[in-house]
Design a protein around this ligand. Sequence first.
Ligand code: SF4
Ligand code: SF4
Length: 67
Amino acid sequence: MASKKYARADRDRCVACGACVLKCPRQAIKIWKGCFAQVDKAFCVGCGLCRNTCPADAITLKEREEG
Ligand code: SF4
Ligand code: SF4
């Protein structure tokens, strides 16, 4: 069962280090054109591992709006 949260990466803070990509158990994060992290909401389960590992504090967990 998915959590009600999902991760969102702030492209202005992200330094494209790729740490979050390696941590994500769902392969929900990609580095868009080598520039910044982008989370696919459809795969994200809101575990927060990416946020905890990000050295740039670029990831926040947002509430998922259902429906
Ligand atoms: S919150 Fe978890 S599942 Fe979602 S992108 Fe981050 S590491 Fe992946
Ligand atoms: S860990 Fe943070 S800085 Fe590194 S790619 Fe992910 S969002 Fe960007």
